[in-house]
Design a protein around this ligand. Structure first.
Ligand code: DX5
Ligand code: ZN
Length: 221
């Protein structure tokens, strides 16, 4: 489906006993990207997946793999994720003194560099990183778990990122991640987001994955 926005399905809420089938259902529903939430138990209080899962997804689908690294010292692992088949690698600046170099390295690996900011991080703090990235991810929950409620303050931050990207004349995607549901998805869109991540609303929809995707798209009409 041709739209002016992108829907990215976070497999964090997928049934991993049937991962290939779950991703194929996302394809049937017309999903644009697959979002892989990587957590190390240090940057966030949860441990999830590594390059092995990205490589598994790469064998299942040709869709872009949107890999969100919620890990300390991501610079140690980006080569592995790139080799595993990541399309985009999004890293956090919080607690990372090497973020500028890391983003350059992601670009050199021919992946799309993205920068993600937690709810407590101001968008102005990443202004001088914007020329290095293809995407800014504004977290609308505290990272670590799916199924949390949308934090409304993210909306103002999206608007700030939008105006900074206009100021620098940079065609940056603005992604929002966390608590995205049919009830919330239109709000960040109005503020300027064009990439929407969802785990629960897609994989836990009682009518199924295809219906979950359809319902989110309907809410954007
Ligand atoms: C949170 C992750 C999100 C999460 C979204 O740390 O980055 O991608 O899986 O889950 P929902 O859509 O359930 O809020
Ligand atoms: Zn994520």
């Amino acid at each position: 489906m041709m739209t002016d926005y992108i829907l990215s399905a976070s497999i964090l809420s997928a049934d991993f006993s049937n991962l290939a089938d779950q991703i194929h259902q996302c394809e049937q529903g017309g999903i644009d990207w697959i979002h892989v939430d990587v957590m190390d138990g240090h940057f966030v209080p949860n441990i999830t997946m590594g390059p092995f899962i990205v490589e598994t997804c790469r064998r299942i689908t040709v869709l872009p793999l949107d890999v969100h690294l919620m890990i300390e010292t991501p610079e140690k692992y980006i080569d592995d994720f790139a080799k595993a088949g990541a399309t985009g690698l999004t890293v956090h600046p919080e607690g990372n003194p090497n973020i500028h170099r890391t983003l350059q390295h992601i670009r050199a690996l021919n992946c799309r560099p993205g920068i993600a900011i937690n709810p407590g991080t101001s968008p102005e703090s990443i202004e001088y990183l914007l020329p290095l990235v293809d995407m800014v991810l504004v977290m609308s929950v505290n990272p670590g778990f799916s199924g949390q409620s949308f934090i409304p303050e993210a909306v103002d931050k999206i608007a700030v990122v939008k105006s900074l990207s206009a100021k620098w004349k940079l065609p940056i995607d603005i992604q929002v991640d966390g608590g995205i549901s049919p009830d919330t998805i239109a709000i960040p869109r109005k503020a300027g987001a064009n990439v929407f991540v969802s785990a629960t609303a897609i994989f836990k929809n009682s009518a199924g994955i295809v219906a979950g995707i359809h319902t989110l798209r309907e809410a954007l009409k």
